[in-house]
Design a protein around this ligand. Sequence first.
Ligand SMILES: [Fe+2]
Ligand SMILES: [Fe+2]
Length: 347
Amino acid sequence: MKEIDRREFMKAMAIGGAVLGLGGIVFHEPMEAMASGKYDIGQCKSVRVRCISELGWYDSKKLIGQMKAAGGPKTNQWVIPWDPNNAAGSCSLIDIETLDGRHHKFLLDTGWNRDYMDECFKREGIDRMLKTGEIEFLFISHEHLDHFWGLETVLKYNPEIKIIIPSTFYPEGMHFLRGAEFITPSARNRIPHRGKLVQLKPGTINKLYNGCAGVVFDLPIVIRVRGEQSLYFNVKDKGIVCVTGCCHQGILTFADFAQQKLAGGDKMYGVYGGLHIAPFGPIKPERAHLITGMAKYNFQKVACNHCTGLAAVKKMIELGYPVVKGSGRYTSVSKLYVGAGDEVLFG
Ligand SMILES: [Fe+2]
Ligand SMILES: [Fe+2]
């Protein structure tokens, strides 16, 4: 085969692969409500969350400066010249034990910096679990750089892993899944996703296992992202656990949804993840109600990290909330919350 022909052939193969990938997109079948109007997602025995990394980036000032210089919070994240050396990322391993004693593991988000995430994956054994298929799928909360742009590192170990995304993804995010490189923001995924791609539609309740469901909240989010999907677990004899990436929908909206729509929602048990209350330092006055408003749920375990912000965690401790402490290891800067390499058990 002549060189030019071979190149054309390879290109056609690549396109064929992408088309195949596209053909694998399915919408998850949402649940139907019971006569009471509530949804019964079943129950699980426990859920254990291991924080692989919760640090989104190293230097907030630098990150905000780059965003402002590029046009501010409405600017598309895919056209901002981010400093790749400022990137870290948010990623957690979820291990749910169903009532029959079986364990199922899946990954919540991919982090951002590919090399950094690779280090984290090796440290926590995620690389091996991806290779063996022990991690059953990847659940991407939203398109934000610090949750999604580390995708290549996941696909490097398992390009066929099932991925669950909100149906609100922008075209850039869809391209990224198929393999794409965006030069300006230093975002790269050279490994096309070859597995099943499942989209969840906003507002629907999507049972993933007995006692575990995903819900998409449709809303515009800074740097032109739309929609975030979060997780609910119904732990037998304990109550509902809310697990989130950034919680851009707000913790009150997130927890209220469980109270109003889920069977068992009258008993809230815990929360894990980023709550986007004080992501860049001090608590802004307009966000303070998110902290005080959490009191009504009477959570038994509050395991907030990432964009919750240290100031917000300190305020929760001051208010007497049962904040789960961590070890302050690796890139996590405080022992006051669950950080990299720490885990929390709800059950
Ligand atoms: Fe985040
Ligand atoms: Fe976010």
